[in-house]
Design a protein around this ligand. Structure first.
Ligand code: NAP
Length: 540
């Protein structure tokens, strides 16, 4: 029987049963519980054993500077130990039956489901997400676990049998593809590669880490996992992920947790001959840098690399402006613009531009800024002082050679964090701010007269992650679909113009400089990337 997939949708389920206050109570209790555990010292886990480094990293919350925990500053040597453990574990893990692996990952999903408020609360503290964003992210991790387990079963572990009947005549051996007198039985199977380095970003440290790690392990690879540990830090959620895998019974050495800087722990995985593949999500500069480094050293590793975006939305003269305003506001300013899928450029038809701007600014005025642990707060803090510097420098540049239409200021919330206003600017189309991914809540608006020209501008970027259109005209929709250079495209979407892909419904995939694989997460084609094909012909 085909396994059924259902999205987790926790908050929606509470709402549907009129229990939103219960949702809040559970989240608030989880925050209090999480706070009681903060400040502890945590080990790394290599081959199931606690491992300590010489130095520690202090992880602080971007919300108020609270010390979340003390984590090990892993080194190249720790990465090597973990690679060795993963390589050793690969020998037996690769031979486990696919159905057994699927069952194990469903168990991991159940554990995440039980712990969703605990993990969601830590996530909010760790990277400043609101309760809805955090629980939604844990839901997405659970979805990935179920979805990939289902895919593995639906595809019978990605193994197929073919055969050729005996030949009744002997064909000259020199004849290409000569059929055998005895016939052939062939198994064509997708097989795991070995050790995968899983290198995760700060902004979706639960769902993306779980998604990449599950993709690698459920297909028979073993993993050395490195959470974000430098400027932006998400090591505690990384540890929670380790605990869930362990509790489910993932064998020792199959999933190893090594905290430490990307330039050391991550780089060691990139240059190691014993690491068969890297699953990375992060910035384009780091992603391209690691591929270049490995290939120029003659290492032909498998790279599954998801990178940044500079995502456009086009608002046509025929659009429903209110729909466009709410979808764009949510896509630009949710989680403070720190989503790879966030819209950062909007092209609006000249005839409605002023109206659009005034409605959008009204919307922006109503976005509450402050402590994201408090219900009703929409914009929490930026992840770090470096992100604040990016924000203030961009605003200064916009003031110098363009216009700041709304926002542009730091906000004093009384908390020790980098709080800023959602910001709308207008700059020339060739301005550096139009080209560069900023990853802060700054939206650029530009007018257009001709729809095809708006599309040309939308495509004028090295990236190709998400894109949106608001239009009621069939011809425009058709042209947009035909020409837009992005992997994840939404038209007239009410909830968000460019963000919020749902596992099993959409695929989340980048084109051009946003990805190297061209295959999306939460989709039918994701798992195949972690394997290589082999044909075994057996003649008896
Ligand atoms: P980042 O700075 O590129 O870091 C990502 C990971 O790479 C971190 O774990 C980092 O470790 C590690 N790293 C840094 N230098 C490295 C090196 N030389 N070798 C190996 N690993 C290294 O990205 P971020 O700021 O965390 O995340 C934001 C970026 O991710 C944005 O560009 C965003 O668009 C992108 N993103 C893309 C997607 C997608 O699906 N396309 C999804 C989410 C985010 P340390 O932090 O410990 O140094």
């Amino acid at each position: 029987m085909k396994p059924e997939f259902h999205n987790e949708f926790t908050y929606k389920n509470f709402l549907e049963h009129g229990k939103d206050s219960e949702f809040d109570a559970l989240f608030d209790a989880a925050v209090s519980n999480a706070r009681r555990t903060f400040g502890a010292k945590h080990p790394m886990f290599i081959n199931g054993k606690e491992v300590y480094a010489q130095e520690l990293i202090t992880e602080r919350s971007p919300i108020d500077g609270t010390v979340i925990g003390l984590f090990q500053k892993g080194t190249r040597e720790h990465a090597r130990q973990a690679i060795h453990a993963a390589a050793t574990a690969f020998d037996s893990w690769k031979n486990t039956d696919y159905a057994e692996r699927a069952a194990l990952f469903r168990k991991v999903a159940e554990i995440f489901s039980k712990k969703k408020f605990e993990i969601g609360a830590v996530l909010s503290y760790e990277n400043g997400k609101s309760r809805y964003e955090s629980i939604g992210e844990v839901d997405e991790a659970i979805d990935f676990l179920h979805y990939y387990a289902n895919e593995l079963e639906i595809n019978k572990g990605y193994s197929r049998k073919t055969s050729q009947a005996r030949s009744t005549v002997k064909v000259d051996a020199g004849f290409q593809g000569a059929p055998s007198l005895k016939g052939e039985k062939v198994t064509i199977a997708m097989k795991p590669l070995g050790v995968f380095g899983v290198i995760a970003p700060f902004n979706f440290p639960v769902s993306i880490s779980v998604g990449m790690s599950t993709g690698a392990m459920i297909t028979g690879n073993t993993v050395v996992f490195k959470p974000s540990s430098s400027d932006s830090m998400t090591m505690l959620t990384g540890l929670k992920i380790y605990e869930c895998f362990k509790e489910a019974g993932i064998p020792q050495g199959v999933f190893n947790y090594v905290s430490g800087p990307g330039s050391e722990v991550g780089d060691e995985m990139v240059v190691s001959r014993d690491v068969a593949g890297i699953a990375f999500t992060g910035s384009r500069s780091v992603g391209v840098g690691m591929i270049t480094k490995a290939y120029s050293a003659g290492l032909q590793k498998k790279f599954i690399v998801e990178m940044g975006g500079k995502n456009p939305v086009v608002v046509s003269r025929s659009s429903d402006i209110d729909l466009a305003v709410s979808g764009i506001s949510s896509a630009a300013f949710g989680f403070c613009g720190q989503k790879c899928s966030a819209v950062s450029r909007v092209y609006v038809h000249e005839s409605i531009k002023e109206l659009f701007i005034s409605k959008l600014v009204d919307n922006m005025r109503n976005l509450n800024i402050g402590n994201p642990l408090v219900k009703g707060i929409y914009l929490g803090p930026l992840i770090s002082q470096n992100a604040l510097k990016t924000y203030t420098e961009a605003v200064e540049k916009a003031k110098g050679s363009g216009r700041v239409l709304y926002g542009g200021n730091k906000v004093d919330t009384g908390l020790n964090g980098a709080y800023v206003e959602p910001t709308l600017i207008e700059v020339r189309s060739d301005h550096e701010l139009v080209k560069k991914e900023l990853f802060v809540p700054i939206l650029i608006v530009q007018g257009f007269k001709d729809f095809s020209d708006a599309l040309r501008q939308a495509n004028d970027t090295e990236y190709g992650l998400t894109a949106g259109l608001y239009s009621k005209k069939g011809a425009e929709i058709k042209e947009f679909i035909n020409k837009i250079q992005a992997g994840t495209v939404y038209i007239n979407r009410e909830t968000s113009a460019t963000t919020g892909a749902i596992v099993g419904l959409h695929t989340f995939v980048g084109w051009k400089g946003s990805s190297v694989g061209g295959k999306g997460s939460g989709s039918k084609f994701y798992l195949q990337q972690f394997m290589r094909e082999q044909s075994i012909s057996l003649t008896k």
